[in-house]
Design a protein. Structure first.
Length: 165
């Protein structure tokens, strides 16, 4: 059994992010892992697609209108998630990432819970997300948290679209 670390969840407006928040490192790990899972050979951040590099280099710009949730354990950033600003009443969860060494401790559930709380506080309607079909653990987590599969709004093969009412 994994000892549950003490984790603090910080919710920040995207425009209030600073390099000290550690989001760039978390996003780098997320994007490198995602590209590897797609079968692409990308071993450093500067080889990532431009849209991902932009998020890493300036998360405060990339997520200026969004809310970023960062999990910290003993002061170090160990997880993140982005909640987009509502569009037509719907928010979207993006970039859920937990340091692999910290998985299994409930951090992802806490991050998603914070996102759902935020959506409720601002009166948003459904909370949507898309997840790669091979991330079966993530899909199971989302289902446990009340998300259901919906018709895809994204044409990329392998994406599963889900919503939480």
């Amino acid at each position: 059994m994994i000892d549950r670390p003490t984790v603090l969840i910080h919710r920040l407006a995207g425009r209030d992010l600073s390099p000290a928040d550690g989001l760039s490192a978390l996003l780098t790990a997320y994007h490198l892992r995602t590209e590897a899972e797609k079968g692409l050979t990308v071993d450093r951040a500067d080889a990532l697609p431009a849209r991902y590099r932009a998020e890493i280099l300036s998360p405060q710009s990339a997520f200026a209108d969004d809310v970023v949730v960062i999990a910290r354990s003993e002061g170090a950033p160990v997880g993140c998630l982005v909640v987009t600003a509502p569009v037509d009443g719907r928010t979207e969860i993006k970039r859920l990432w937990v340091d692999p060494a910290m998985r299994g401790a409930g951090i992802a559930s806490s991050l998603v819970g914070c996102a759902l709380d935020h959506a409720a506080q601002i009166g948003a309607g459904p909370v949507a997300l898309s997840v790669w079909s091979w991330r079966t653990g993530a899909i199971a987590l989302y289902e446990r948290l009340g998300f259901t599969t919906v018709d895809s709004w994204d044409a990329r093969d392998g994406l599963v679209c889900m919503e939480h009412a």
